[in-house]
Design a protein around this ligand. Sequence first.
Ligand SMILES: Cc1cc2nc3c(=O)[nH]c(=O)nc-3n(C[C@H](O)[C@H](O)[C@H](O)COP(=O)(O)OP(=O)(O)OC[C@H]3O[C@@H](n4cnc5c(N)ncnc54)[C@H](O)[C@@H]3O)c2cc1C
Length: 339
Amino acid sequence: MNVSASRVIRTTVGLRPFRPSGFVVRAEKLGDKIVIHNYGHGGAGITLSWGTAQLAADEAAKTALRDCAVIGCGVVGLSTARILQQRGYQPVIYASEMPPNTTSNMAGGLWDPVTVFDDATPEFRSQFVAAAHFAHRRYQLLAGDEYGVRWMPIYNLANDKPFAPPRPESVASEIQDLYPETRYLEASENPFQVKYGRRRDIMLIEPSIYLDKLMRDFLIGGGKVHIRMFASAADLAALSERLLFNCTGLGAKALFNDAELTPIKGQLTFLLPQPEVNYCTVGPDDLYMFPRHDGIVLGGSHERGVWSTDPEPDVLDRTLRGNAALFSSMRRAPGRRAG
Ligand SMILES: Cc1cc2nc3c(=O)[nH]c(=O)nc-3n(C[C@H](O)[C@H](O)[C@H](O)COP(=O)(O)OP(=O)(O)OC[C@H]3O[C@@H](n4cnc5c(N)ncnc54)[C@H](O)[C@@H]3O)c2cc1C
């Protein structure tokens, strides 16, 4: 990995739609309409999208309504619209922004359901576990260049605390089967000069390729997209469709007065692509590196409650310095000599 300021091609900022009690998938009456909420996926909207789309479609199946609209055209709206098409509905999408201008395009794209909740109620826990399993299964079917989904090794790295299997009572223990061949690395096996390491295989989803393909699938399926901004839930009530799916991400805060929804600002820096880099890293601390076709992604900043989408020079500097230190300290392969 070549990390230097001279290789930076762009810096982007996105706001993760986070709720301390987790995403919302539930039905609500709005006048003569039913709204099915599907928002608040925090740092894992790409990861969980197929799963919560499935849960939302299951809610819809409890009503007799067929004429429907999806509000939002990020990963959650598009996946919900696709699942509905596959179940024989003909959804229309209304959204103020389409890819490439959604938060979903700002994601790193790792399949990993993290930064989703602080505390899980038993009800949320079962939705979360079901959504993670369904989504993992669906992404496996999309692996390949067409959707920009690939499996790759990931090294989780830490200096403060060793990695260990999740406690049996934890939520994480219920999705451990989604991380086959997890290995807790001995110091001698860890290629990085970092105290603790874990290696597993994971899927990386490239948002610009993936969202374009989802959009095309939706249009080929007969879908239509209308660019439209809704100022309030009352605006939604004026739509002709009676079954609405609220997939507005952070936009749901203003639309439905959700006091819990809060942004977690994240800044990504992209370096020139290096096609030979075939693994991801997460850690130590806030750092991560994902090798994508549109550049090497360096990220990991999480600023809760911050609404600004301005890039911060000190975050850029910290990201570059941290990653430069990590990769320059990599162990050389046995037998190789310095110089
Ligand atoms: C830096 C960063 C890194 C991330 N990394 C990952 C990762 O590695 N893996 C992962 O799974 N997730 C990741 N995420 C999280 C992921 O990006 C989000 O969870 C996801 O994008 C949420 O998708 P969404 O469709 O709900 O929202 P959005 O993509 O924000 O889409 C919302 C849609 O609703 C529309 N909308 C909103 N309000 C209104 C309104 N009032 N009227 C009309 N339309 C409206 C918008 O125009 C848009 O079309 C990351 C996020 C960030 C910021």
